[in-house]
Design a protein around this ligand. Structure first.
Ligand code: NAP
Length: 674
């Protein structure tokens, strides 16, 4: 591999460092793979470029257009993924470690792309929650909206996932409509830089949307403001330094921190040595200690086992760890690679010394040389510590050795196990191996507030479980306290970090126009053709239709009951229905009312309405009795274009009685031709 001086990307072009810089060594061979020099970048100008050029360009796109952008970036990366695997090997990663980083990162982009298309409107603002009626007559209402922040998102990433770490932050940021400046960790910046380059070369991103800083950030923090976001992943010590920056505090710059964590795993008291959960527990611990050579923020650091089982757990772990082959991932049979650098290995050894002072090392030789591993690399075999007095111990609960190190300890009863789990002071994830729902409920109630994610593994989900260590785009990643107090991803929840929630107040007419939808109290248009005659593009929210009335007779109810088989007493038995405290006599089926409603509002001839594909928010409000008359009002509520030719229309449907009282409401969903 040739040694490259890594450039930064600012003002929509590459900038090469002005000096020779410092070398970055391969974790496998110890030979130099890249150089990081001093970049004389105009950091203040870069942030301004993102705000002035990138932000407006992204905000001009709808969520669907931004989602397509993400999909295009994911496709570009996938097409050139082997280039990334080639580089990734030098970070010490095995092929499967790199798969998590590279293809896991691409999958995160793809997941956000599809969520953006499926779950967001083809619009530029997002409604948050329902309309709040703020006055008696309904002429004054409130609606929360979310709009993209107009600053820049500064992403500072850790070394361990150079691709995933960049993409899991970029996906929600770009989908929300914010430009970003990415600062990768120096140790693995050569992989991030290449992934960034692939995305730039795809020529999909608007100018100013994405910039890259290899090396230090200069004075950038001094010029951040209240519209900017810093999203940091790394150690708690760096997080503390950065979040305490006077500008971050003075300007209330949003600061998201994903830090280190003393994640625990717990074996339930029910899981004896012969149970499937016991075997799964051992397998998961070994996987977590060895994947990425234990350099994962979510890796298992503390192993909690019932006192009666702790001996069996230690024996099983030793046996399984003895089968792990550490070495150059390019070699056949190697299951664990190297730490990222020799500095990192020295750091792990220091931290391990502190942890081991709380107990005794029962597997591994932290200072030993590994026979099969190349000499210049940063190899370290897995190390298991056993702590006999975990309540008296300190380091095992607060010192993160960011490598293949974990500590086993016994607990006496679930309350004790919960108390030990909480000693992590807030973690990203905890896993529990149990088949007993009562154990699971007690543990979840005891520890949920201390964790961002809880995984409960039993024989039912084990085969398909994604495992203790894997953050997923649809679930939140982050944790309280020690873990940084931040949250990322979580599906569309992740967009909220890059958007401002605003409570809009005003008249229904005003808020409906701004929200591009109809609200009760906003103008309705009844004139002209039936709304089912209008194409998607012609159908403005507020287009309405009011039906004639139809009487609901006893014969209708009985016919419907026998026809469908729904002969529930409330429709068929006068005496029983009279005794029902809600009805006071026989009532029409709710589904009969829905069917009659369709008969009243449908315009039957072929036209732009292609299909009815569902109902939302159906509520039966008042019973309809034989002899009552019902009518329907149908109003186009919102539109969401799906393609050039088609779009979804949401309709507000209201069923009223002859007295004008609402008897049922729902939203009808149709697919309409454009
Ligand atoms: P780190 O030393 O804290 O560095 C993290 C990032 O901060 C790097 O990009 C680093 O850049 C940058 N940085 C350091 N000092 C800075 C400063 N004064 N101003 C601006 N940026 C600065 O952490 P690391 O060694 O890369 O990562 C390992 C740690 O990250 C572990 O503790 C691990 O648990 C944690 N981690 C957490 C998560 C999570 O999601 N919670 C994920 C992965 C890792 P340079 O490399 O150029 O110094």
């Amino acid at each position: 591999m040739s040694v490259r001086a890594l450039p930064s990307y600012a003002f929509d072009r590459w900038h090469v460092a002005t000096d020779a810089g410092a070398g970055v060594a391969s974790a496998i061979t110890g030979l130099e793979v890249a150089r990081i020099g001093q970049q004389r970048l105009d950091f203040v100008g870069m942030a301004a470029h993102a705000r002035k050029v990138g932000g407006p360009a992204l905000r001009a796109l709808t969520f669907h257009q931004r989602a397509s952008l993400l999909k295009g970036l994911a496709d570009a990366l996938l097409a050139r993924k082997e280039e990334l695997y080639e580089l990734s090997r030098h970070t010490g990663a095995t092929r499967s470690d790199s798969w998590v980083d590279i293809e896991g990162g691409i999958a995160t982009l793809t997941s956000y792309a599809s969520k953006g298309r499926r779950e967001l409107p083809n619009d530029t603002i997002l409604l948050d929650g329902d309309l709040e009626v703020l006055s008696k007559r309904g002429s004054f209402v409130g609606q929360h909206i979310m709009s993209p922040l107009q600053g820049v998102a500064l992403h500072i990433n850790a070394f361990n996932f150079p691709v995933w770490g960049m993409l899991e932050k970029l996906a929600p940021t770009l989908l929300a409509g914010m430009p970003a400046i990415v600062k990768p960790a120096s140790a693995t910046a050569y992989v991030t830089e290449h992934a960034f380059r692939i995305m730039q070369e795809a020529e999909l991103l608007p100018a100013g949307a994405l910039q890259l800083v290899v090396g230090g950030l200069g004075e950038m923090f001094d010029h951040l403001g209240g519209q900017d976001v810093v999203s940091f992943t790394g150690s708690a010590a760096t997080a503390l330094k950065l979040r305490a920056h006077p500008v971050i505090m003075r300007e209330n710059v949003r600061f998201i921190a994903e830090c280190d964590s003393l994640n625990a795993t717990m074996l339930g008291p029910d899981a004896g040595a012969d149970s499937p959960e016991f075997a799964l527990f051992i397998k998961e611990i070994v996987r977590e200690m060895t994947v990425k050579a234990g350099q994962k923020c979510t890796a298992i650091r503390r192993i909690l086992a019932p006192r009666a089982a702790v001996g069996a757990v230690e024996a099983a772990l030793k046996q399984a760890l003895a089968a792990v082959k550490v070495g150059d991932p390019a070699q056949e049979g190697v299951s664990m690679g190297a730490l990222v650098s020799r500095d990192q290995r020295a750091d792990v050894r220091d931290k391990l010394a502190a942890i081991a002072s709380d107990g005794r090392i029962v597997f591994g030789t932290p200072d030993g040389v590994l026979a099969d591993a190349p000499e210049g690399g940063a190899f370290l075999g897995p190390v298991l510590v056993h702590c006999d007095a975990p309540h008296q111990a300190r380091h095992i609960h607060d010192t993160e050795a960011f490598g293949p190190v974990a500590t086993l300890m016994a607990y006496d009863g679930l309350d004790d196990a919960i108390a030990l789990a909480r000693r992590g002071m807030g973690s990203l994830v905890m896993s529990l191996f149990t088949a007993d729902v009562a154990v699971a409920e007690t543990v979840v109630t005891g520890v949920a507030a201390f964790h961002g994610r809880l995984l409960i593994v039993d024989r039912d989900c084990a085969r398909e479980s994604t495992g203790h260590g894997a953050p997923l785009p649809g679930l939140v990643h982050g944790g309280p306290g020690r873990a940084g107090g931040g949250e990322e991803m979580g599906g569309l929840r992740g967009l909220a970090h890059y958007m401002q929630r605003t409570a809009l107040q005003g008249s229904p007419r005003m808020l409906a126009a701004i929200s591009h939808r109809w609200f009760p109290g906003a103008p309705q248009v009844y004139d002209g053709p039936h709304p089912f005659r209008l194409k998607f593009d012609e159908l403005a929210p507020g287009r309405s239709f009011r039906s004639a009335a139809r009487e609901v007779t006893l014969a209708d109810i009985e016919h419907f009951a026998h026809f469908t088989g729904d002969t529930f007493y409330a429709h068929m038995d006068e005496a029983a229905a009279s005794a029902n405290p809600l009805f006071g006599g026989r009532v029409a089926h709710g589904y009969l009312l829905l069917a009659f409603a369709a008969g009243l509002f449908v315009d039957p001839a072929p036209g732009p309405v292609l299909a009815n594909y569902g109902l939302n928010r159906l509520r039966f409000i008042k019973p309809v009795k034989p002899g009552d008359a019902m009518s329907v009002e149908l109003t186009a509520l919102a539109r969401n274009r799906r393609s050039k030719d088609q779009g979804e229309v949401t309709w507000d449907v209201r069923l009223s009685s002859q007295n004008g009282e609402l008897v049922a409401t729902y939203e009808l969903l149709t697919l309409n031709a454009a």
